[in-house]
Design a protein around this ligand. Sequence first.
Ligand SMILES: NC(=O)NCCC(=O)O
Ligand SMILES: [Zn+2]
Ligand SMILES: [Zn+2]
Length: 505
Amino acid sequence: QTCKEGDKCSEGGGGKLLIKGGIVVNEDVEMISDILIDNGHIQLIATEIAADSETRVVDARGKYVMPGGIDPHTHLEMPFMGEVACDTFATGHQAALAGGTTMHIDFALPVDGSLVKGWEEWRKKAAKANMDYGFHMAVTAWNDKVAEEMEYLAKNKGVNSYKFFMAYKGALMVTDEQLVEGFRHCKKIGALAQVHAENGDAVAAGQKYIAEELQILGPEGHALSRPAILEVEATERAINLAAWVNTPLYVVHVMSKGAMEAVARARQAGYRIIGEPTAAGLTLDESKMWDPDFKTAAAHVMSPPIRKHDVDGIALQNALKNRVLSLVATDHAVFNSTQKAKGKHDFRVLPNGVNGLEERIPVLWTTMVNTGKITPMDFVRITSTEAARIFNVYPQKGVIREGSDADLYVLDPTVEYTISPQTHHSALDTNVFEGIKCRGKVVTTISRGDIVWDNNQLFTKDGRGQYIETKPFSPYLFGGLEQEEALKRAEMNAPVKRNLDKIYA
Ligand SMILES: NC(=O)NCCC(=O)O
Ligand SMILES: [Zn+2]
Ligand SMILES: [Zn+2]
């Protein structure tokens, strides 16, 4: 149930709220506290707060109260491979809110080669927003106009991250030269460079070989044509180029152990590299692409592909635990079974993408907190706080703190349920997490002080979500870079100076 235009949304909507007695978790501390919310913000956090007659009380005793999830990687209503992703900014947001996520950052694509037009187009799509959102922009070509528009959007429209696709040859892919130009420009304007790291030329050759020579055309051909080694190669290449330019780099959807190890080496070497695994990559297995039921196999097709759980998934989980990987996204890009059927006879035209906006929080909690792999505080960091810091919206988001936006959710660790497309809130008719038994359920979600999900019901409406500007030069990424640069420049001149000293000694 969602509130329609003109409804009073009496169960949610404004007013003072008191969340009583929950285990309030931030990334650095957890303690039993009350939280008073007014005017969309957290007003007071204290051991005991009394409610007046106008205040609605949410009983959170025995439950966790955590900062609203921030999903840093989604594709709502994205035109891709001849289809348009079927979750809109309404249905995608409703799914997210039912799963404790209260903000996401979506990838806007250029329109007619223009980033500004792309940004405007995505703002139109987001007129239906049910929760707060920001944008990254994809850079799919390189010229003066692209560079100018990046600067304009970073300075004036709150876009502080730009993604370069090293795959999808003939569509979104850029060359290494464009990558380097783009990285340099990101550094200049204080924006974060992001990469989809797969060797697109090799993937194209691999697809041709698997489809034409080996005559494998089913969804398993997708996995076979995009092996981990091509992800590792591109990840290492992007890291090296970013290190050369000396700009921070964010590797989206790290799916393989090898790519994670490349991120680990780079971080150990002191580079500013961030690795993002996805909910699907952490918890699912590639074997689903071999499922005899086409609908099931096709639902699992995404790029880079879901890998082997016992090798890659577990290694990604451990890397997250040890802070080699930084935060978890979904890469929510959903195509229903009719749309996926386009690739029934050839995996090369099967729209790529899986779901996760609603499942990220309960599935990760079940997989990683219930097993003792990470603490609730770690959980908050990887699902919310780290994204807020990286994309420079902290402490407005990502923390339960006085003055912050009242975006939070209540999770009951005792409730068990099984994920199913029949009960989820996405417009999708499949669900790659179907059948997973979760222990820990988001029972209440609060977005800007409104109860938007409670007791298995949505109380939200289209248009209530706000655009969040992400400002450039995030101190979390760019702090100290100038000093580093000055030292580097001094080192560059050192051999020349040594020689001159010798000559004129
Ligand atoms: N990942 C995927 O398969 N689809 C969405 C586009 C992208 O992120 O590459
Ligand atoms: Zn991608
Ligand atoms: Zn993506």
